[in-house]
Ligand binder design. Structure first.
Ligand code: NAD
Length: 316
């Protein structure tokens, strides 16, 4: 199988590329990204080809590569709340417009598409657990710019679903719920507000800085180790018959905790580690208003828990 991973240099793309090369010695992976920093360890592998390209500019090249593959994972996107608020058009242009082109090439060349939706599409849905088939997608007013990411992803989900019905596009949508692990973001350069919460907290602990809880940190999330996320993606990849035209939440409802609990848990663990204790002892946990941290265009999601009824781990 020839697998094209666009955004192969990112958090999910780097782990997915590694795992495919490890588990399937006769499959080929082509990775496209503007950066290869996180995949230097696989650059020399015989079944891996890296192409440095920008999906906003190198359209002919990307189209050719979609045409040449069997399956495409379009993983390149902005996935940071600070950018949703500060630069929503960048999110629209990359996450929506550039990805829509890739979706259309997958339709044109009849390729299988495995597309990253997001737990954010459920927005402020009040269900205890979000269900792929029945939960509503609830977003806020237009002035709350943070919803642009959720809307871009939701509209692409709807477009892909419609191509599945009209043109027989073979697709699977997956919705990661707060995946974490090595290479998530740069822990030494976390850019306040613009890397993901796990990185923010680990970075604060490493450097002896305050952990900032947005609006008190009562928000409930389900954290999922990247290894479990990749297990699920491999099941999807290996079982097209069972995964076709389906949407999967990929998260662990048993791993639910508040952001505040996460902060104290990480801090406590660091204090047990002699190499990190000194820095960890300097850390204070403080609350900061979301409007100060992210800007006025932010609005929070109080609770985000998946119903994992259809999780791909259960497919086999
Ligand atoms: P990431 O930011 O780590 O990786 C994205 C990659 O895309 C980066 O390597 C970046 O260099 C590349 N990229 C950006 N612009 C590009 C361009 N113009 N041309 C080519 N490459 C470009 O993100 P991730 O965590 O790996 O997420 C992958 C996908 O999964 C995204 O669509 C994201 O929205 C979705 N997602 C992730 C999570 C999560 O928990 N990590 C949750 C929900 C959804």
């Amino acid at each position: 199988m020839n697998i094209l991973i666009i955004g192969a240099g990112g958090f999910i793309g780097s782990h997915l590329s590694e795992r495919i090369l490890k588990d399937h010695k006769n499959w080929r992976v082509t990775g496209i990204d503007i950066s290869s920093k996180k995949i230097e360890q696989i650059l020399g592998e015989k079944n891996f080809e890296f192409i440095k390209a920008d999906i906003m500019k190198d359209l002919d090249l990307v189209e050719e590569r979609v045409k040449a593959c069997d399956v495409v994972f379009p993983l390149a996107a902005v996935a940071n709340p600070k950018v949703y608020v500060d630069d929503p058009l960048r999110v629209f242009e990359l996450d929506f417009e550039a990805n829509l082109r890739i979706v259309r090439w997958a339709v044109k060349y009849k390729k299988r598409l495995i597309f990253p939706s997001t737990s954010e599409v459920y927005g402020m849905c009040e269900d205890e657990e979000f269900d792929e088939e029945t939960s509503n997608c609830v977003t806020g007013p237009i002035c709350k710019q943070r919803w642009i990411y959720s809307c871009c992803k939701q509209l692409l989900d709807r477009v892909i679903y419609a191509y599945g019905i009209r043109d027989g596009l073979r697709y699977t949508l997956f919705r990661p719920f707060n995946w974490y692990g090595p290479r998530l973001d740069d822990i030494d350069n976390p850019n306040p507000g613009s890397s993901r919460v796990y990185t923010q907290f680990m970075s604060a602990i490493k450097h002896g800085k305050d952990i900032q809880l947005v609006d008190g940190g009562d928000q409930i999330r389900c954290f999922t180790p990247i290894s479990e996320g990749i297990d699920a993606l491999m099941k999807i990849l290996e079982n097209e018959d069972k995964a076709d035209k389906r949407i999967f939440n990929i998260g662990n409802p048993d791993n639910m905790m508040s952001i505040k609990e996460l902060a104290y848990k990480l801090l406590e663990e660091a204090k047990y580690d002699p190499t990190r204790r000194e820095m960890a002892d300097r850390v204070r946990v403080v609350s900061v208003k979301s409007s100060e941290y992210y800007g006025e265009g932010y609005q929070d999601v109080k609770r985000r828990v998946p119903r994992a009824r259809a999780a791909p781990q259960l497919l086999l």
